[in-house]
Design a protein around this ligand. Structure first.
Ligand SMILES: NC(=O)C1=CN([C@@H]2O[C@H](COP(=O)(O)OP(=O)(O)OC[C@H]3O[C@@H](n4cnc5c(N)ncnc54)[C@H](OP(=O)(O)O)[C@@H]3O)[C@@H](O)[C@H]2O)C=CC1
Ligand SMILES: O=C(O)C1=N[C@H](C(=O)O)C[C@H](O)C1
Length: 255
């Protein structure tokens, strides 16, 4: 059995993932970490300040992190110190934090890092790439909507979308909303963020040309779609070589 520790155990994603780990035939939930202690699915949840001792005691094979960016950096460093593979779904990292994470991982532990673990979004990203490749001179706008508790903006998924578009069409300015006399549209990608209610996660990419518009949309209706990708990644990462892997590696559709 592959032993799993869940960081952010008491959060929205942590509780979903914990339940699926318990139901998984090849994974064993051995504990949780959160900002406060407690328990979930019959296992202990310890405060993040105790993570090193907890990893030494529980000896997990995989640590899954769905917390906040600053906490995730520390949790990943702790996993690296203890030789534990990581699955990272947390979003909102600064460039400096992303570098700290890759320094902690490279040459030391295997990691799957993805701003979105749903199968649908991973296919959606491929569709966005193909559309951007073919429609380089169209105006492109990215619109994302999430629940009112979400801390980072734009979403990690939207950030990945923007990166994919730039890889295909070349560098463009990012225009976050518009107001007032904005003038003629420039060489830009418009980015629009909606926060409200309990929206799980919607992403739209709009390609506007003369006399036609293409809109690609993904909507998540339940967090289980992310959690399923996490479970698949946790089984996949076991015994892999150190380095950063993506969901494309996990799903086996890397070109
Ligand atoms: N990649 C993907 O597929 C997905 C990524 N996400 C990302 O996952 C992250 C978590 O999302 P979600 O579950 O909705 O958020 P939640 O706020 O519900 O869960 C995060 C949990 O981490 C806890 N936490 C906060 N600080 C620390 C700390 N220092 N150490 C340990 N635990 C801490 C929070 O406690 P408290 O509530 O007390 O602050 C909370 O229990 C976000 O970055 C989100 O964008 C979400 C869904 C899918
Ligand atoms: O915070 C969320 O809820 C989500 N976060 C991820 C992101 O930032 O892209 C993935 C998903 O959209 C839900």
């Amino acid at each position: 059995m592959i032993k799993v520790v869940m960081c952010g155990a008491l959060g929205r994603m942590g509780t979903k993932i914990g339940g699926l780990v318990v139901d998984s035939p090849d994974l064993e939930l051995v504990g949780g970490v959160d900002i406060k202690s407690g328990s979930f699915y019959g296992v202990e949840v310890v405060e993040s300040s105790n993570i090193d001792n907890f990893l030494k005691e529980k000896k997990p094979d995989v640590l899954i992190d769905f917390t906040v960016a600053s906490a995730a950096v520390e949790n990943i460093k702790a996993a690296s110190r203890n030789g534990v593979a990581v699955i990272v779904g947390t979003t909102g990292f600064s460039e400096a934090q992303a570098e700290e994470i890759s320094n902690a991982i490279e040459g030391k532990i295997p990691a799957v890092i993805s701003s979105n673990f749903s199968l649908g979004v991973n296919i959606f990203w491929k569709l966005v790439r193909e559309a951007a490749k073919q429609l380089k001179d169209y105006d492109i706008e990215v619109i994302e909507a999430h629940h009112h508790f979400k801390k980072d903006a734009p979403s990690g998924t939207a950030r990945t979308i923007i990166d994919i578009i730039k890889e295909e069409v070349g560098e463009r300015d990012e225009m976050y909303g518009r107001k007032g006399m904005v003038g003629e549209r420039g060489n830009e990608i418009g980015v629009h963020v909606i926060r409200g209610g309990d929206i799980i996660g919607d992403h739209t990419v709009l390609f506007a040309g003369n006399d036609e518009v293409i809109e690609l949309t993904h909507r998540a209706y339940d967090r289980t779609v992310f959690a399923h990708g996490v479970i698949r990644s946790a089984s996949w990462i076991y015994n892999k070589q150190p380095g950063v892997y993506s969901m494309e590696d996990v799903m086996g559709f890397k070109e």
